[in-house]
Design a protein around this ligand. Structure first.
Ligand code: SF4
Length: 72
């Protein structure tokens, strides 16, 4: 699986969101450098556009992502 195409611009990947480094590393491995298509941020960005991704949305918050997508 290739890296997420948003890697360079994503606030989560660039450590602007998570104050728990160990947790952030785990998510980066799982989503950003693993299966990015299941990342909540990626899903919202793909469906609605980058500008609709909430600043505080974490990669594992799929339910929140689905709600945002379905609300539109
Ligand atoms: S948090 Fe999601 S959108 Fe951001 S780089 Fe990682 S996989 Fe991509």
């Amino acid at each position: 699986m290739p890296n997420c195409p948003s890697l360079s611009s994503c606030p989560f990947f660039n450590d602007k969101m998570c104050s728990r480094p160990a947790l952030a590393e785990m998510y980066k491995k799982r989503y950003c450098k693993g299966n990015y298509e299941i990342c909540a941020r990626f899903k919202v960005s793909k469906a609605l556009g980058k500008e609709h991704v909430p600043n505080d949305l974490f990669p594992n918050q799929s339910d929140k992502a689905e709600n945002l997508i379905n609300r539109k």
